[in-house]
Design a binder for this molecule. Structure first.
Ligand code: HSE
Length: 441
C-alpha cells in the first residue's frame, strides 16, 4: 500500500508547540492521541518534540513532563513545523520569524499578530520558501481562511459580512432573547468565561477588527493595515434599540464587513473594512446565528452567496483548525514542492468610512409641536438623505415630547453622519437617543 511505503520511507516530521494554554493542551492531546491516524493521512509520523512554556513550575495536566521546556529557541531550531499558540505580539513574533527564517513552516492562531505584523511575517516566509498557516486565527473551528485562500481564489469576492466575535454575539443574543441590559448580559458572559481577559478587546470591537483585517486582505489580495479598519463596539447598544429592532423584524449583530466599493463621483474604487453593531433582518442567514456562535457570509461574483457557520472559540475547536494546518504543512514536507503563496497583487486602496453607502435607523426625542416633523425632514433633505420610514410615539406621560424613529434609504455614511450632527444641534430635538446602521437588506 502507498501509505505504508511512504511511512517507512519518510523520516518523522518534528513538530514544536509554543504555548500550553487551553488551545496548546488540546493540540498536544490530539497530536499524541491521533498519532497513527495522522501518520496515515500525512504519509509520515508527526513527532511532537517539545512544548515551550514560560514557567516549568506551573501545574499542567495532560502534558508529558519530558516534553516541556523553557528554551523556545532551541526547540524551534530543531523543528520542521512550529505551532504558535502562545498569543500576544512578543515574543510570538520573534519566535515565528526565527522559525520561518530557519525554513520551518509555521502555524499560528495569533490574529492580533497577523493583523499587526502580517506583511512582515509573510515576507519572511516567502524569502525562504516556508509557509505560514493561520486557519485558527479567524473564527476558530470554522474553515474560512482556506476557502478564501484556495477555494475562492479563482473568483472575485464582493463582500464578506461576519459575526466573528462569539462573546459579543452571546451578549447581543441575551439582550434580544431576554430583554436584559447590556451590563447584565456582559456579567453573564464574564461568568461563562466568554470574554477575553481584557473585555475591551471584545466589546469595543478590537478582536473583530483584527479578524476583519485578515479576511479582507485574503479576499481582496490587498494589504489591510489594522488602523484602517473602521471600528465601533457594542457598548452603546441599548435595550430600547434591541426592543425596537425586534418589533420591526430585525436583530442587532456586531458585524465585521469587508466590501469592494466601485468607483463613483466621490472617488476611485477600493475596499472598505469595518466593524460595528448593525440591524440585520431576522430572515437573513446571519440573523439566526445565536449564542456564542460565529458565521461568515461571503458574496462572490461567480459563487454567489456562501455561509460558513460554527464555533468561533474554544480550545478543542481551535485545535481542530490547527491540526488541519499541521496536516497540510506536513504533507508538503512529504510531497515537497512550493506551498501556497499569498498575493497582495491588487493592493486596492482601503477606503475611509465616509465612502460606504448604508442605511440608518435614528431614534429621537423631539418637542411635540406643529412644524417639528417638517423641520426634521428638511434636515435630512439638506444632506441629500431620503427618509424611508417614520414612526412616532409619545414618551412616557409627557404630552410635550414625542419619540421618533426614522429609517433612511441608502446614503453615504458621510451624509448620514452629517444628518445626525445636524439633529443634535437642532432646537426641536431634545435628544438623539440612538442611531444604528442597517445591513443585509
Ligand atoms: N474573544 C473571541 C470571541 C474568541 O469572543 O470570539 C477568540 O477570538
Amino acid at each position: 500500500m502507498g501509505k505504508e511505503s511512504n511511512l517507512s520511507e519518510y523520516r518523522p516530521i518534528r513538530v514544536a508547540l509554543l504555548g500550553a494554554g487551553s488551545v496548546g493542551s488540546e493540540v498536544a492531546r490530539l497530536l499524541l492521541e491521533q498519532k497513527s491516524e495522522l501518520a496515515a493521512r500525512v504519509g509520515a509520523e508527526l513527532e511532537l518534540i517539545g512544548v515551550a512554556v514560560r514557567d516549568l513550575k506551573t501545574k499542567r495536566n495532560g502534558f508529558p513532563k519530558e516534553l516541556l521546556t523553557t528554551d523556545a529557541e532551541s526547540l524551534i531550531l530543531g523543528a520542521d513545523i512550529v505551532i504558535e499558540v502562545m498569543g500576544g505580539l512578543q515574543p510570538a513574533k520573534d519566535y515565528i520569524l526565527l522559525a520561518l527564517n530557519s525554513g520551518s513552516d509555521v502555524i499560528t492562531a495569533n490574529k492580533a499578530l497577523l493583523a499587526t505584523h502580517g506583511s512582515e511575517l509573510f515576507n519572511a516566509a516567502e524569502q525562504v520558501g516556508a509557509q505560514l498557516y493561520f486557519e485558527a486565527s479567524v473564527a476558530a473551528a470554522i474553515p474560512i481562511i482556506r476557502p478564501l485562500r484556495e477555494s475562492l481564489a479563482g473568483d472575485r469576492v464582493k463582500r464578506i459580512m461576519g459575526i466573528v466575535n462569539g462573546s459579543t454575539n452571546y451578549i447581543l443574543d441575551r439582550m434580544d432573547k431576554s430583554g436584559i441590559t447590556l451590563e447584565a448580559a456582559m456579567k453573564e458572559a464574564t461568568e461563562l468565561g466568554y470574554l477575553e481577559a481584557d473585555p475591551s478587546l471584545d466589546v469595543d470591537g478590537y478582536d473583530a477588527a483584527q479578524k476583519a483585517a485578515i479576511l479582507a486582505s485574503l479576499a481582496f489580495h490587498t494589504e489591510v493595515p489594522l488602523e484602517k479598519v473602521y471600528r465601533e463596539g457594542i457598548t452603546g447598544v441599548t435595550a430600547q434599540q434591541i426592543a425596537a429592532a425586534k418589533r420591526d423584524g430585525f436583530v442587532v449583530k456586531l458585524l465585521a464587513i469587508c466590501e469592494f466599493i466601485e468607483a463613483d463621483d466621490s472617488g476611485s474604487e477600493g475596499v472598505s473594512v469595518r466593524v460595528y453593531p448593525a440591524l440585520v433582518p431576522r430572515s437573513h442567514p446571519l440573523g439566526s446565528v445565536d449564542g456564542a456562535y460565529n458565521a461568515v457570509f461571503v458574496e462572490a461574483e461567480a459563487a454567489g452567496r456562501l455561509m460558513f457557520y460554527g464555533s468561533g472559540a474554544g480550545g478543542t475547536q481551535t485545535a481542530s483548525a490547527i491540526l488541519g494546518d499541521v496536516v497540510s504543512a506536513a504533507k508538503r514536507h512529504v510531497a515537497g514542492g512550493p506551498g501556497l503563496a499569498d498575493s497582495i497583487h491588487a493592493n486596492f486602496e482601503v477606503l475611509d468610512m465616509s465612502r460606504v453607502k448604508t442605511r440608518y435607523v435614528i431614534q429621537l426625542e423631539v418637542k411635540d409641536q406643529p412644524g417639528v416633523l417638517a423641520k426634521i425632514a428638511s434636515l435630512f433633505a439638506e444632506h441629500g438623505v431620503s427618509i424611508e420610514t417614520v414612526e412616532q410615539g409619545v414618551l412616557g406621560l409627557s404630552l410635550q415630547t414625542a419619540s421618533l424613529e426614522i429609517g433612511t434609504h441608502v446614503a453615504s455614511d458621510a451624509a448620514l453622519a452629517g444628518v445626525v450632527q445636524a439633529l443634535k444641534s437642532n432646537d426641536a430635538v431634545q435628544a438623539v437617543s440612538s442611531f444604528i446602521r442597517v445591513e443585509g437588506l
